[in-house]
Design a protein around this ligand. Structure first.
Ligand code: AMP
Ligand code: ZN
Length: 469
């Protein structure tokens, strides 16, 4: 089956073909490690995970590189404010980031290069740009890329040449489209940088943000690779500047497919640190939500559509996942002997629908619809008494395969341990107490259950789930 993706460069859905058969080189702009990532950031990493898992589902071997921006304007600013050396300051957030990826069941990339470990590669790349005449040193001793020298500048973000202000310089890492200008490759040291500096042929300084990704991607993926991704806000200036640097240096086309995800929104605004309207993953875990529930929410809308975040949505995710949990338990409990041709049929049609959906620019809603359809027909077969053990196993196997992409179903989690009758009786009593809003009694019963070595978890609709403590 052929895969199709929306290539931002072309602004349309195009068939995907990798440079090397069966292999995909993919670069994803990673976190700036100056704080805990918020779940808006994780929408981007989740979309990239879905993309990666989809490529793997179709048999590709993915080589993914995700950089860690551990030196830039923001990391320097905040490490100074915290009174910590840059390395120590960023180490904490790097570690937190990897923990968060695990919680969200995001598959690890093959390489996580940190910018501060690749300064020589950046200096080499800037030297090439200097030699080729694309870069120059300004009066402030910093090195800038001259956008005038690169006629393709603006091709990704579609900026008219008239709007380009060649010769005007911008030193900040982040700036808006209306400030298009020559951008900094190497920033000469100033007192705001404190002790963050490296020697270079142009004096003491540090790299600009954009050169980090150009240098680290070619280090691990070569001068041309298949896919480059990020959130849509990365398109300009970051990705535009990356293209200018990389293609000016090599004289070749750099990236074949550019994929960007839309933002996670809160009340109509982008979730962002600067607006203060964000939740970190840790905030949500503290509230009692689980990684897989948050994953379900973030994955649930098509990556090119804005997704409005609400706590209600996580509540709905919990209900949906509980439905799946119960369904898997039900399938496991089927004992009837023999074949079940109907199960075979419904599995085949669900698998075909699922594959076709994700192949088509990661059409997640259709893919989820195929899963719900299989859940519904599976239940119907079980209701009718026709379902056999081998049929149920086929259904479970299909969900296992779907979950290589979805990553939230936990098809094989053991949930139906046999609970001692006295524990179940206490849980039922507690349920009645809760219904009667007798919360003191409900707390007492929870403690009783705890004493017997079990935990009771509340579920939507006054339901509960028992677990071994
Ligand atoms: P940063 O750490 O700011 O460089 O951002 C890391 C990644 O998160 C980038 O790919 C951004 O485009 C992405 N991002 C930031 N905010 C959001 C948001 N609200 N929704 C989706 N992606 C976002
Ligand atoms: Zn980048």
């Amino acid at each position: 089956m052929s895969l199709e993706f929306f290539n931002t460069m072309e602004r349309r859905v195009v068939p995907f073909q990798s440079i090397r058969p069966g292999k995909v080189g993919m670069y994803t702009c990673g976190p700036t490690v100056y704080n805990y990532a918020h779940i808006g950031n994780f929408r981007a990493y989740m979309f990239e995970d879905l993309l990666r898992r989809t490529l793997e589902y179709f048999g590709y071997k993915v080589h993914q590189v995700m950089n860690l921006t551990d030196v830039d304007d923001k990391t320097i600013r905040d490490s100074r404010a915290a009174g910590l050396p840059l390395r120590e300051f960023t180490a904490k957030y790097k570690q937190a980031f990897f923990e968060d990826l695990k919680t969200l069941n995001i598959e690890p990339a093959e390489v996580y290069p940190a910018a501060t470990d690749h300064i020589p590669q950046m200096i080499r790349l800037i030297s090439i740009l200097m030699e080729k005449g694309y870069a120059y040193q300004a009066e402030d001793r910093s090195i800038y890329f001259s956008i005038d020298k690169f006629p393709d500048y603006g091709k990704l973000a579609r900026i008219d040449r008239e709007n380009q202000r060649s010769g005007v310089r911008i030193k900040n890492d982040e700036y808006a489209k209306d400030s298009v200008a020559d951008f900094a490759l190497w920033k000469a040291w100033d007192e705001l940088d404190g002790d963050v500096a490296w020697d270079s042929p142009w004096g003491k300084g540090r790299p600009g943000w954009h050169i980090e990704c150009s240098a680290m991607s070619s280090e691990y993926l070569g001068d041309a690779f298949d896919i480059h991704t990020g959130g849509i806000d990365n398109m300009f200036p970051h990705h535009e500047d990356e293209i200018a640097q990389s293609e000016a240096a090599t004289g070749k086309k750099w990236v074949n497919y550019w994929l960007h995800c839309a933002h996670l929104m809160v009340n109509g605004e982008k979730m962002s640190k600067s607006l203060g309207n964000f939740y970190t993953l840790r905030d949500l875990l503290k509230m009692g939500w689980k990684g897989r529930e948050i994953r379900w929410v973030l994955i649930g809308a098509h990556y090119r559509k804005k997704l409005n975040f609400t706590l209600d949505a996580i509540g709905q995710a919990r209900e949906t996942l509980t439905r799946f949990d119960e369904f898997f338990d039900r399938m496991r409990a089927v004992t009837k002997e023999g074949e079940c041709s109907e199960a075979e049929q419904v599995v085949a049609s669900a698998a075909a629908a699922f594959s076709a959906a994700i192949a088509e620019d990661l059409n997640i809603s259709e893919a989820l619809a195929a899963m719900f359809e299989l859940l519904r027909t599976g239940n119907k077969l079980a209701d009718s008494g026709e379902l056999t053990k081998s049929g149920a196993e086929r259904i479970l196997a299909a969900f296992r395969k779907f979950d290589t992409v979805i990553g939230a179903l936990e098809v094989d989690a053991v949930r139906t341990a046999e609970f001692p009758p006295e524990v179940v009786a206490l849980a039922e009593e507690r349920k009645a107490a809760r219904k009667a809003k007798n919360f003191a009694e409900s707390d007492r019963l929870r403690a009783e259950i705890g004493k017997l070595g079990f935990v009771v978890e509340d579920q939507p609709g006054n339901e509960y789930r028992l677990k071994k403590a």
